[in-house]
Design a protein around this ligand. Structure first.
Ligand code: T4K
Length: 372
């Protein structure tokens, strides 16, 4: 294969433009562009049906959803969290003047290691913010057990976990709140977008107030809320995406299986396994480049780039190494040996519905050393 076209780590799966036009015509017709419009309401309903959750509040993006979730639960003081995520997870704490306390991760799931949480709890700890990294479930039972003992709230950053299910159903039902991202790079996208999943109507009402400046009605403002509302353009696109989501997930599954087959004999490359999910979403395809692979992780990253393949090192560098966090005692690499090690080895390979078998094969050939 002559690879002239760049292959990125992901690419949004877009329905045909013709399918989107009728939605736009509707918006032009009724002139409702935002503020809980008809498409917004319909998408909340359709998503809660599709995901099998009770209540869902749409947002402009996952980051504002995270920030608002912390406010909805009135979280203060210190929050236990993972260094192995996208910066938005921890930034949402700083935006609320909360101190992050980093705890190391489990080497298999890449998620918070429950056995290390207790030692990090202080009288100031009010919550645990964990991430279902790559859409692989956290040890939700162990985390809830600790939270119950110490009376802590649990927020799951489920930005990667759209559609993932464990034995009991949607992964999003765990904890006090879960957050989704519908960014362009995610399994399900609304260009930009996000959501909070919550267990009861009262909490959803508070979240709905918080995402609309704190307005309850024309003359009542109950909190210093933000503008986190999803627009009708984004909500309409989400409704259209939902029609294609099963097909998109099925193609991701095929690509995942292809990579595993093609890379299974490569010495020094291991494909990250799922974490016991019943239904996976194949959001990412992380591999670990070990010492016995002929070149380093970064050399492989550059070699792939030389072949026009743009992989990403999600998540390197660790959040705990960034200037706003590295001064924290919990950010010390000695506190985070597993996360530091995995972060130096990981590489996420391209995976998205429009990736062809030929492209997957080509990527594998470069890793196998069959291409320069
Ligand atoms: N929590 C977690 C655990 C998260 O992973 C994220 C977001 C959040 C919270 C926050 O949710 P949001 O506020 O974003 O809703 C990307 C995304 O920007 C970010 O949403 C995502 N996590 C993170 C893991 O990845 P970058 O800096 O890698 O994006 P970028 O622009 O380099 O895109 C990667 C590749 O995707 C590009 O090389 C090409 C392709 N691409 C990208 C975009 C934006 C497209 O083909 N089309 C596009 O429109 O962060």
């Amino acid at each position: 294969m002559n690879n002239n076209k760049p292959i990125y780590v992901t690419q949004p799966h877009l329905p045909s433009l013709e399918e989107y036009i009728p939605y736009l015509e509707k918006i032009w017709e009724n002139k409702i562009l935002t503020n809980n419009g008809p498409f917004h309401q319909e998408l909340e309903k359709r998503l809660s049906d599709y995901l099998g959750v009770e209540h869902i509040a749409l947002f402009t993006n996952g980051t504002i959803a995270l920030i608002t979730a912390l406010q909805a639960l009135r979280i203060t003081g210190e929050v236990i969290t993972t260094p192995y995520s996208f910066v938005a997870t921890t930034h949402s704490l700083l935006w609320n003047a909360i101190k992050p306390v980093f705890v190391d991760i489990d080497p298999n799931s890449f998620n918070l290691e429950p056995n290390k949480i207790e030692a990090a709890i202080t009288p100031q700890t009010t919550a645990i913010m964990s991430v279902h990294c790559y859409g692989h479930p956290c040890d939700v039972e162990a985390i809830q057990k600790i939270a119950d003992i110490y009376n802590l709230r649990v927020i799951y950053d489920a930005a990667h976990a759209f559609g993932v299910e464990d034995q009991g159903g949607s992964l999003l039902r765990h904890g006090d709140l879960s957050i989704l991202s519908f960014h362009a790079t995610k399994v399900f996208n609304t260009f930009e977008g996000g959501a909070i999943i919550c267990p009861d109507a009262k909490t959803k009402q508070r979240i709905d107030h918080l995402k609309n400046f704190g307005f309850v009605d024309e003359v009542t403002v109950v909190a210093p809320g933000i503008n986190g509302k999803m627009s009708e353009i984004n909500a309409a696109f989400g409704l259209l995406q939902l029609e294609h989501i099963d097909q998109a997930l099925a193609r991701r599954k095929e690509i995942d299986a292809m990579y595993r087959q093609l890379l299974k004999e490569v010495k020094g490359i291991s494909c990250v396994q799922d974490a016991g999910e019943q239904i996976a979403n194949y959001a990412y395809f992380p591999i670990l480049v070990e010492e016995d692979y002929p070149i380093s992780r970064d050399e492989l990253y550059h070699k792939l780039r030389d072949n026009n393949i743009y992989t990403r090192r999600y998540f390197y560098p660790l959040i705990s190494t960034f200037p706003m966090y590295r001064g924290l005692a919990s950010a010390s690499p000695t506190n985070l040996p597993v996360a530091s090690n995995l972060s130096s080895k990981v590489l996420c390979l391209p995976i998205y519905p429009d990736l062809t078998d030929i492209q997957v094969d080509f990527i594998a050939q470069v890793i196998l050393g069959e291409k320069k």
